[in-house]
Design a protein around this ligand. Structure first.
Ligand code: CAA
Length: 390
């Protein structure tokens, strides 16, 4: 029996900031953002979107009525959840009409949370064939106006339906995970914005990748040549390449292996360049981007995935493209969503950045018509958010 990703979809809010505009406003040479960091646009959420609504919007097109009856697990991986206690997954469970005898939980370990969810879902299906799990990665990456991290913000969600005999990616059993207690990026409970030691976080990411990759090779006897593509957690589009290049050198990759992996890397970063960091979803946005933009992928090819969550946990795991996978992608919808967005001027972005839902229990009604998404926050009152499904 194979187990893995049966359906895959992402969502991003309809507003974005052009990073050339942002660089100009911040007095930075635009090439630093577009070439040095490798980002072009940054998705930005209106007040009508949060991690719950974005996650539900990502899942809505891939959860049929039949799926909703078979889902036993709804797992939300996020590090920008809205409640210390109640899991956002309980709301998503309701919005999608999932059968009531299901588990709904939220997992946190920075950008790694959804990977923990995906691998837990795989284990669950192993012991419950025929059932399904919905794994959602949803986040708003916020570092603050005019901070070093500002250019690496973003917002969005990825939803994955996990089942036996999946139609897109069959996950393999061997993976290597590595944990170390470090402070490279974190967000204390009293802070709206993340704190980060930028340079150290880059170094930690690179070290974690080489560490899990070395151990993976030792355990499996596989090498770079076995892989058609490697997908990375992408806090910005250059980050994965910074980790990949030293490994290509260290392993003495041939020119053809280098060309294959670097070409496919470029396909895997296109969605991130247009959206930015979506923390838990970034690795899976990279997978969507590879599948949506590289038409030469073939059935049964091996894809490696590197998940990294600051703090820190890193994991390398793998999957094979299922025969016929290309008939089950949401490529057209993804391109339409990206093309139909609206640019914010920098003053507009700064104004939306400062907007907040009330935190004193008072009521606020939101304009759901101004947001083209299917699911929006429509109201907050008594500290409870209400979601509207159009
Ligand atoms: N033209 C072209 N390139 C230029 C340039 C120009 N005019 N000016 C600068 N550059 C290049 C620099 O040479 C540099 O390239 P290299 O990285 O290849 O050396 C690149 O642009 C970035 O320049 P700086 O290092 O000077 O940038 P910075 O000090 O402003 O910081 C950052 C960049 C550390 C990524 C910062 O944006 C940040 O802190 N971001 C948040 C943290 C982050 O994303 N960390 C990633 C690893 S942690 C993780 O993965 C978890 C997570 O999701 C957060």
């Amino acid at each position: 029996m194979t187990i893995g990703i049966d359906k895959l979809n992402f969502f991003a809010p309809h507003l974005y900031v052009d990073l050339v505009d942002l660089a100009t406003a911040r007095g930075v040479e635009p090439a630093k953002y577009t070439i040095g960091i490798g980002q072009e646009k940054m998705a930005f959420p209106p007040l009508t979107q949060d991690t719950i609504s974005m996650g539900a919007n990502a899942a809505l097109p891939i959860v049929s009525k039949e799926d909703a009856e078979l889902i036993d697990l709804v797992i939300l991986g996020t590090e920008s959840g809205i409640d210390y206690s109640k899991a956002g997954a309980t709301v998503i469970h309701q919005l999608l009409g999932v059968q009531p005898f299901a588990r709904a939980i939220e997992i946190k370990q920075a950008c790694y949370g959804a990977t923990a969810g995906l691998l837990m879902a795989k284990d669950y299906i192993q012991s419950h064939p025929g059932r399904k799990a919905l794994v959602i990665a949803s986040d708003i990456a916020r570092y603050g106006l005019a901070t070093g991290g500002e250019v690496t913000q973003g917002a969005g969600a990825v939803a994955m339906l996990v089942s036996d005999n999946p139609k897109i990616l069959a996950l393999e059993d061997e993976s290597v995970v590595y944990t170390d207690n470090i402070f490279d990026f974190w967000r204390p409970v009293y802070s709206d914005n993340a704190l980060v030691d930028g340079k150290f976080s880059n170094e930690a990411y690179i070290t974690f990748f080489s560490t899990v990759w070395e151990e993976y090779k030792r355990r499996t006897n596989r090498c770079l040549e076995d892989f058609e593509a490697l997908c990375f957690h992408l806090p910005y589009s250059k980050m994965g390449k910074k980790a990949l290049l030293p490994v290509l050198e260290n392993d003495g990759a041939t020119d053809s292996v280098k060309e294959k992996l670097l070409t496919n890397y470029e396909h895997s970063i296109l969605h991130t360049k247009a959206i930015g960091n979506i923390y838990t979803g970034s690795l899976y946005l990279g997978l969507c981007s590879l599948l949506d933009n590289q038409p030469n992928l073939k059935d049964n090819q091996l894809i490696g995935l590197f998940s990294y969550g600051s703090g820190a946990v890193g994991e390398f795991f793998t999957g094979r493209l299922v025969p016929g996978f290309s008939d089950h992608l949401q490529t057209e919808a993804h391109h339409n969503l990206l093309n139909e967005r609206q640019a914010l001027t920098i003053p507009e972005y700064e104004a939306v950045f400062k907007e907040k839902l009330p935190q004193d229990g008072s009521e606020m009604k939101l304009d759901t018509q101004a947001d083209p998404a299917s699911i929006c926050i429509e109201k907050i009152t008594d500290h409870q958010r209400y979601y509207y499904k159009k």
